[in-house]
Design a protein around this ligand. Sequence first.
Ligand SMILES: Cc1ncc(COP(=O)(O)O)c(C=O)c1O
Length: 378
Amino acid sequence: MKGFTTRALHTHYKPNKEDGAIIPPLHLSTTFQFGNKGGFDYSRTVNPTRVILEKTLAELDNNLYGFAYSSGSAALANVVALLGRGEKILFSTDAYGGTYRFIAQVAGNQGVGYEIADLTNHKKTEESLKRGNIKIIWAETPTNPLMKVVDIVGLAKLSKQFGALLVIDNTFSSPFIQQPADLGADMVVYSTTKYVNGHSDAIGGALTTSNKDVYIKLKFLQNAIGAILSPFDSWLTLRGLRTLELRMKRHCDNAEKIANFLSKHKKIKKVFYPGLFTGEQKEIVDRQMKRPGSMMSIEIKEKYDVKKFLSSLVYFPLAESLGGVESLIDHPASMTHASIPKKEREKIGLSDGLLRVSVGIENVEDLIGDLKQALDKT
Ligand SMILES: Cc1ncc(COP(=O)(O)O)c(C=O)c1O
């Protein structure tokens, strides 16, 4: 099989025969003359730039079909729209806060049922499935923000046994690090806002699948719901994909060194990073992730001042989101996960002192130096 970047660049776009253009075209046209060769009619339904992105993403996931949406949240909304009244979706205790918000407060109000379980725990997952009528399992791995990894092969077996479709949210890993379809996932979803685009300049979402029935239903829903990725954002995301492999390698190199530094620092209580896991969690990382990624969470020991640490950082702005070339730091309890009630957060080990770090591709000595000076002041 061809290398990752070759597949990203050369599978679904060849230099244009008429003008020789090397990069994919940006088609802003909302409508197309009837009878054209590509069968294009109206851009909500199908757009040439979006199609190149959708096919490229499917190619990189080893899937047959792809969809690009206006956000990762829109990808979730389209998946949940596959469910009828009373049918249930099972998702993880420490899912992204917005996943919880949409399922519990939007879909839940419209008659879709849900179950929440620790999907890293086979027995607990099975107990939920036994309660019945679960048609979709939605798993993020690594999870957000505790970076726990879910055994995709094990979950795929369970989902088949109970007649559910398995969706893996691969946002934190990207197609370069993890290939859920090869491990049995029926659908792979992304907030492309993160690593896939990688430049913090386009909100987007995507889904890939090889299941033809699911594809036909989702194709209908994508057009009916209309939460599609714009041509310009599709084009930016295609540009991001061209360097995904390069970026991911550098992200991981930097993160491994930073996790190592932080785990030895006397003011740090704990580092949650797949590259530092031991036991069963390490076995899962080794089996299904090419590299441990560049997301980690840290806890500073209680006697030190977290606010002082955050305000002393220079290269880690306090900001939501992740997966961009620039490093960021997030305080989940007050930011990304604030929509999860405090009691629920505490149950899953998401303490108020937890910080989530998205390690960028800057010079790693600069990043470590910055963390060190901020910890010294803390
Ligand atoms: C794992 C994960 N999935 C989905 C989403 C939602 O994506 P978006 O913000 O593009 O709607 C996010 C957002 O942070 C996320 O972290």
